[in-house]
Write a protein that binds this ligand. Structure first.
Ligand code: NAD
Length: 433
């Protein structure tokens, strides 16, 4: 089947490459000419494990190509995916749908034969209705249907998630469109696919409900961690103790610096706004967003406390900047607020991240970047581990102690054991232990 992926970012590029790998004929379209040029030269615009090889193999096989020309790119395609960004709108926190609607407009002008327009971007309830209205208005004769197919992949594990998803949610109310999408996803499964067909609005809301639930789970355990610190309990044991209950489940119960990234912060906010507009406020999610927001600067204060209550004139080594390992994505990373808090208090920041430097430089000022963790630690008064990259999981602790001015580590991911740190003479604090 011929597929057009409009928007070739984290979601569009990974989805496009995976569909091609399953044998479909995919064109990835993006209005960013630099991005398309790089892709044509097999230079990945993002860091995602395995993506370069997957793209190269499918380009070689003639199943994957790139263009900036939407009209050309969607020719003959039965499925037109919209995978552009839906960031928070400045000022009010609603999802900014201008990119989605711009694409709908362009599609309308270029449509010739029947095609399913599939919204893969995370969009508020009712966006599918509006996309349909826009296309119909601009091109009253067009033969098309609009479906919702939210994406659940995780950055850092995106290819595996796309190829072996827990479920595929399709919001579609048109039999022809449903048939196209079933055929498109069929190669993912040998037996029965966890394929769920619902009304379009239900599919749109399902994505927000999923992210809000996961954000709630993270925030819940983070608050338990704070309580553990006050009462002398261990949050990792609490998490295990509740997670072994199948009704709760053990995933997403790692206490840490608060959630970040390109999805949870903006999606919780957009859900809150939608719910308020419909007079059905989601109070739990409102609280989750508030608690999480406050937590990031609180983690900065935790580092200040570990440094004896004052970081003015001191050097803080920051290990990890991206919002999680195995991505270069810095969008809403907790590291940003933590570093700003420390800078506000007068600290000098020296940071190392295996892949995030380029993106970090766009959002953080006055940071001294190093090319390995020990260079960041050398001469530092306190270190904070923000992102649990593999490179930080087995640091040479004797070396850490010898290069730091005052060996002190704040481990916001609970990578290390307190006893181990004590043995090496490093002052240590984790989260909720
Ligand atoms: P992204 O910013 O990485 O990519 C979006 C791309 O769309 C950019 O390359 C941009 O140039 C392009 N674009 C914008 N307007 C365009 C237009 N008119 N024509 C062609 N291209 C255009 O964003 P992303 O992280 O891939 O997210 C895309 C959507 O998927 C968002 O709604 C997001 O919430 C959702 N989502 C993201 C993830 C994730 O992990 N990143 C996971 C699930 C869902």
């Amino acid at each position: 089947m011929r597929v057009a992926m409009i928007g070739s970012g984290y979601v569009g590029l990974v989805s496009g490459a995976c569909f091609a790998d399953f044998g479909h004929d995919v064109v990835c379209i993006d209005k960013d000419a630099g991005k398309i040029e790089r892709l044509k030269n097999n230079i990945m615009p993002i860091f995602e494990p395995g993506l370069d090889d997957l793209v190269a193999a499918n380009v070689r096989a003639g199943r994957l190509s790139f263009t900036t020309d939407l009209k050309e790119g969607i020719k003959g395609a039965q499925a037109l995916f919209i995978a552009v960004g839906t960031p928070s709108r400045r000022g009010d926190g609603h999802a900014d749908l201008s990119f989605v609607y711009a694409v709908a407009q362009e599609i309308a002008e270029a449509l010739t034969d029947f095609a399913v327009v599939v919204t893969k971007s995370t969009v508020p309830v009712g966006t599918g209705d509006e996309v349909e209205r826009l296309i119909r208005e601009a091109n009253p004769d067009a033969d098309f249907a609009v479906a919702s197919n939210p994406e659940f992949l995780r950055e850092g594990a995106a290819i595996g998630d796309f190829k072996r998803p827990d479920r595929i949610v399709i919001g579609v109310e048109d039999a022809r469109a449903q048939a196209v999408l079933e055929e498109l996803y069929r190669p993912l499964y040998l037996n029965q696919a966890p394929f769920m067909v619902t009304a379009r609005r239900t599919a749109e809301l399902t994505k927000y409900a999923a992210n809000a639930f996961l954000a709630t789970k993270i925030t819940f355990i983070n608050e338990m961690a704070d309580l553990c610190e006050r009462v002398g309990a261990n949050v990792q044991d609490v998490a295990r103790g509740i997670g072994l209950d199948n009704r709760i489940g053990s995933k997403f119960l790692n206490a840490g610096p608060g959630y970040g990234g390109s999805c949870f912060p903006k999606d919780t906010l957009a859900l809150i706004k939608t719910a308020q507009d419909y007079d059905a406020p989601v109070r739990i999610v409102e609280t989750v967003a508030l608690v999480n927001d406050n937590r990031k600067r609180a983690m900065g204060r935790k580092v200040i406390a570990a440094a004896g209550g004052n970081v003015r004139g001191k050097t803080v080594a920051v290990l990890g900047l991206t919002f999680k390992p195995n991505t270069d994505d810095m969008r809403d990373s907790p590291a940003i607020a933590i570093i700003q808090t420390l800078q506000d208090a007068g600290a000098t920041i020296r940071a190392y991240d295996p892949e995030g430097r380029e993106q970090a430089e766009l959002v953080l000022k006055d940071v001294d970047y190093t090319t390995d963790p020990y260079a960041a630690l050398t001469g530092a008064d306190v270190a904070v581990l923000v992102t649990e990259w593999d490179a930080f999981r087995a640091l040479d602790l004797a070396r850490v102690k010898s290069v730091m001015t005052t060996p002190t580590l704040v481990d916001l991911r609970n990578v290390y054991r307190p006893e181990e740190m004590a043995r090496h003479g490093i002052a240590y604090s984790g989260v909720g232990r």
